[in-house]
Design a protein around this ligand. Structure first.
Ligand SMILES: Cc1ncc(COP(=O)(O)O)c(C=O)c1O
Length: 391
């Protein structure tokens, strides 16, 4: 299998972790040698209810027996997609109530950019430096890393970059701006939270000049930061909310939600402003609906803050210089990229899954399932600190 993986499956890096998976359950992933790995990464913030959560599995199996794909997005009335969109609206402030379901986070970002341009009839988009919004051409255009963009030029024109958390940069949002898109908490950059009421100030500036305020909640959203949506922590309300990852309960999904008035511009003049075959797929929507119901009906969201406190308590070590983030979206920074890599690789040997962040090489990603137990947290932290002791 390993040989075929390298030969037939397109690779993303020269040295993938290449663990061969047998199965996964709860907070554990098992390899084909029957070794158990405690999962502190949750498929990069995607498996919010852990692995093979019974309610997600039941919802998928029930839907499998009814129907799979029957028609492109938006034509037929399919209960899982309707109920999911309705539940998302029930948990968002007005006027955010119309959701377009797509297949991935990056596609949801693309959809939100198209919607903002269509609605404002302006073209300029503003994004933050060090942001990550996905890897298709439009989302890649939002990135300010020239060396990552260069091989794929030309990308989308009319994109400007500002410094996240810089109030003085907000002057760059003007009456020419269609939209500003920000991650509620910058992920790849190192789990950087907005400070000093920054997002509320962005919202105020957007309102003043008629620009659309888009928040990318693909990573902080769906309960990971002590609220269902990360922006609820920061005294602000976007015009478009983009979600993905943890919404799907382990299946691929993306969504963007806006007011009905704004969203209706995608369906008229010209109609079919965004098209997807599989968006709103009934099996995936059923899994997402079960996930969202479970997260919103349980104590899981409130518990993320207690679990954060437990992680901070048990990760005290002289080589951990800082722990950034909120809830179960945490990054532990050591003094060097080399030390961080050693910890991540040795943790895998010792049965603990950790991972890197895209643009902050000193950070150890800690984004476990929301369902992780206190004992599992303590055990994972023990492995990390004992590795740090031994290096
Ligand atoms: C903040 C953010 N936006 C967008 C994306 C892209 O999502 P996807 O990989 O599902 O396309 C990611 C993925 O890591 C992300 O973290």
């Amino acid at each position: 299998m390993k040989t075929d993986f390298f030969k037939y499956q397109a690779q993303t890096t020269p040295h993938p972790l290449a663990m061969e998976i047998s199965h996964a359950k709860g907070s554990y992933i098992y390899d084909t040698n029957a070794k158990a790995y405690l999962d502190f990464v949750a498929g990069v913030s995607a498996c919010s209810l852990g692995h093979a959560h019974p309610k997600v599995i039941d919802a998928v199996k029930t839907q499998l027996d009814k129907y799979l794909h029957v028609m492109v997005y938006g034509e037929y009335i399919q209960a899982p997609a309707v109920e999911l969109s309705k539940l998302i609206a029930a948990h968002l402030p007005k006027p955010l109530e119309s959701t377009y379901l797509v297949n991935s986070g990056t596609e949801a970002v693309e959809g939100s950019l198209k919607l903002a341009r269509r609605y404002t009839q302006r073209s300029e988009i503003i994004a933050a430096k060090n942001a990550y919004h996905g890897n298709t051409l439009g989302s890649l255009s939002l990135m300010d890393y020239e060396e990552r963009k260069h091989p794929f030029l030309p990308l989308i024109p009319d994109i400007k970059h500002i410094e996240f958390n810089s109030e003085s940069d907000l002057i760059q949002i003007t009456e020419n701006t269609a939209a500003i898109i920000l991650e509620t908490i910058q992920g790849g950059a190192g789990f950087i939270e907005p400070t000093n009421n920054y997002l509320a100030k962005v919202q105020e500036r957007c309102n003043a000049v008629g620009a659309v305020f888009i928040l990318d909640e693909i990573q902080p959203g769906i309960g990971r930061t002590g609220k269902l949506f990360g922006f609820e922590n920061y005294n602000c309300q976007p015009d478009i909310v983009v979600t993905g990852k943890g919404l799907g309960g382990g299946l691929p999904i993306g969504a963007f939600t806006a007011s009905t008035e704004m969203m209706s511009t995608l369906s008229d003049n010209p109609k079919l402003g965004h098209i997807t075959t599989f968006g709103g797929n009934p099996v995936i929507a059923a899994a997402a609906l079960a996930t969202l119901k479970e997260i919103t009906a349980s104590n899981l969201i409130a518990e993320t803050l207690k679990k954060e406190a437990l992680i901070r308590k048990h990760l005290q070590h002289k080589h951990i210089k800082e722990i950034r983030g909120r809830g179960l979206m945490l990054a532990a920074l050591t003094e060097s990229a080399d030390l961080t890599s050693q910890v991540i690789l040795e943790a895998q040997n010792q049965g603990l899954i950790l991972f890197w962040l895209l643009f902050e090489p000193k950070a150890i990603r800690i984004t476990p399932p929301l369902t992780i137990s206190n004992d599992e947290i303590i055990e994972g932290c023990r492995i990390i600190t004992s590795i740090l002791d031994s290096i």
